[in-house]
Design a protein. Sequence first.
Length: 263
Amino acid sequence: MKAAHDFRAKGVGALFTLLGENITDLEDANKVVEHYEEVLAASTGVGAEVSVKPTQLGLDIDGDAAYDNLARLARAAAKARSFLWVDMEGSAYTERTVYIYLQLRAEHPHVGVALQAYLYRTAADVSRLIPAKPAIRLVKGAYSEAPAIAFQAKRDVDANYLALTALMLPEVKRKRLRLVNATHDTEMIAKAWRIASALGMEKQQLEIAMLYGIRVDQQLRLASEGFTVRDLITYGDAWYAWYLRRLAERPANMWFVARQLLP
């Protein structure tokens, strides 16, 4: 919360996510919901949003219970005049997550979903979601996925990320979609802005999200230039397993993080 206050003073918003997934007890899921309710109630002064994984709310145990927990958080977000993001996990959960989001979006306007650019199916998911006037946080994808369902080469992932952004920006201009480009790739952001600018969009309509501690100088620069920037602040006891799993799944991430530690 202190980091969120510090960022807000510099024109950068916050997005909170408590690390943890694949819980095996619905009581633990209830504790997660109670935690986020407290976070939302306490974050009204900083305008922070929250993002939660469906398996953290019991999707592996009971799909209906997971939906009820998400709906409960959507109501808490609305009460706090905030926003709830449904995070995306491995491809085994993609269809269920999109389905749950569509159900949730039909009843709650202040909810969004993360989509992964490295999956072949994502363009179809975008087309499927647009009639619901969704909010989409576009990420590149951090899980290890098979070549049969996901792009493997960085250049292909980047190309699809830009293509998906170009597909969605006209809908942003029409106010039929909220798009958040979650990427640390400033060249990608510059390309997205060139497309948005050609469409006659304003800088604040291009939303960007980056991880806490990664390219903070660029976050501040982009915010100072008029873009809407949010810092994704992850926290909680599960951080170590989360971090190691991502390094194991995509070893290239290790060099990316190491570079941020250098002057």
